[in-house]
Ligand binder design. Structure first.
Ligand code: TYD
Ligand code: MG
Length: 450
């Protein structure tokens, strides 16, 4: 280990500077740079490899190992690869420890030697959780430790196939002169463990807490060092949790896994469409159902809008959850211009049922329909779906994976779908009555003639 030098690290984005600055030039936050010391030695980056001719490299068969949870495997791209380093982020209390303990137990039952390291809970607390989850395994060891030196010592001693560290914010190296959870500690500790993992063809799961505002998001500095970054999300008050991929070197970044937090731990939801729509036989104003896709997976979602006369004089309120805030503002502007509705005089609330966040732009058209339906206090017909991206001049643009969307809607007994005209040609015969629309004015006129 070489000498140390002092540097200033932004605790929000990881920006480093040789001198102290009041405002971080990278993320513009004030007073986030604190002094930390970093070891000067760069030995850990020396892997000792020699150059190899590309054509002479034998194609290694990518071995994937199942987590025992199909929803988790789907998000990882089919399972865990040897040497895989996976960062799992999420707000405190969302269920990260539960997820990893369940996966650890299932993997250990299938013959993997697993070491679950916790810096947050005691052995008896983990045992209590394990009892609640009905987990017992002879090849799953639990270690409560924060010192990285000792963690490394036990990894070398036990030589586990899977290492789970809960959480990276608790790991600590005394030679770094800053507290656990600081950017330098997180980066150095993770880097040591990653090296151990890659050398021994193990798998490493790092749990990281991320706050809602994304501020002091220490684990974000790890995003480029790991193979996969997953986020575990959901409304803490509701039962559903979504595991999303943000980055994946060994798979798609668009897959999602859906879970339900129950009394006995996380239960996988293999048919998520059924849970995200309310099965109300008589439709209510302001509700539109959309055949959405997350990655390659169809997901029917219900978008609800509530439009009321604004109670404030100068500005209307916009409370939007589940869809992108700025996207909804754009749609409001398009709708105001196209239909001449003075939406700036109304308060607007938008919600996606089930606490799920949708990133698919195909939900533009259903958002517009939900808004107009609430405004006119007229429900949309039962069994009808809406899908389409909306452009700035009010045109309805095509969406991806239209066949997958329609098939899912058929499966769940829907009768009619309003979709982009351009997507019509790629549809073969369908049980669903498909109606193509090319702009929002003609689409809305079909349901709201005046
Ligand atoms: P936890 O995994 O500790 O969250 P994290 O590690 O992300 O902080 O779980 C958090 C919540 O889940 C906690 O409030 C209790 C609840 N829970 C259940 O509802 N059922 C269960 O079986 C378990 C283990 C936890
Ligand atoms: Mg935890």
């Amino acid at each position: 280990m070489g000498t140390s030098k002092a540097i200033y690290v932004c605790q929000s984005c990881g920006y480093t500077s040789v001198k102290w600055l009041g405002k971080c030039p990278s993320c513009n936050n004030w007073n986030t740079l604190i002094e930390e010391t970093q070891p000067e030695s760069q030995d850990r980056y020396v892997w000792g490899n020699k150059p190899v001719i590309l054509s002479e490299i034998k194609e290694g068969e990518e071995k994937r190992f199942s987590t025992g949870m199909p929803e988790f495997d789907r998000v990882l791209g089919g399972g865990v690869v040897e040497g895989d380093v996976i960062l799992i982020g999420g707000e405190p209390g969302i269920g990260k420890s539960t997820l990893l303990l369940q996966a650890a137990a299932l993997a250990s039952q299938k013959g993997k030697k697993v070491l679950y390291i916790s810096g947050e809970e005691s052995v008896s607390q983990i045992k209590l959780r394990a009892e609640r989850l009905k987990i017992s395994s002879s090849s799953l060891s639990v270690l409560c430790e924060v010192s990285l030196e000792r963690i490394k010592k036990f990894i070398e001693e036990i030589s586990p196939d899977w290492i789970i560290l809960d959480s990276i914010q608790t790991a600590y190296k005394p030679e770094i002169n800053s507290s656990a959870g600081s950017v330098s500690q997180i980066r150095e500790c993770a880097s040591d463990l990653i090296q151990l993992t890659k050398k021994g063809s193990k798998a490493l799961f790092l749990i990281g807490h991320v706050t809602k505002e994304g501020l002091i998001a220490g684990p974000r500095v790890l995003e480029h060092m790991v193979d996969a970054v997953l986020y575990f999300e959901g409304e803490k008050t509701g039962p559903f949790r979504i595991l999303k991929t943000f980055k994946n070197r060994f798979g798609s970044t668009q897959e999602i896994g859906v879970f339900e937090m129950t009394e006995k731990g996380l239960k996988e939801i293999l048919n998520p469409s059924e849970i995200f729509i309310s099965h109300n036989p008589s439709p209510t104003p302001g509700s539109a159902i959309a055949p959405s896709v997350e990655g390659t997976r169809p997901l029917l979602v219900e978008i609800q809008a509530l439009v009321t006369n604004s109670t404030t004089m100068n500005f209307a309120r916009r409370v939007i959850t589940g869809v992108d805030y700025n996207r909804v503002l754009l749609l409001l502007a398009v709708l105001e211009k196209a239909k001449g509705i003075p939406l700036h005089k109304y308060d607007l609330f938008i919600n996606v049922v089930g606490g799920i966040k949708i990133e698919d732009t195909g939900t533009d058209l259903p958002v517009i329909f939900a808004i107009v339906s609430s405004l006119k206090n007229k429900p949309l017909p039962a069994g009808t779906l809406f899908v389409g991206e909306v452009g700035l001049s009010g045109e309805v643009r095509g969406v991806s994976n239209i066949k997958v969307r329609i098939k899912e809607a058929e499966k769940l007994g829907f009768k009619k779908c309003i979709l982009p005209e351009v997507n019509m040609s790629s549809l073969s015969s369908s049980k669903l009555e498909c109606i193509g629309v090319s702009d929002i004015i003609s689409a809305l006129n079909k349901f709201f003639p005046n």
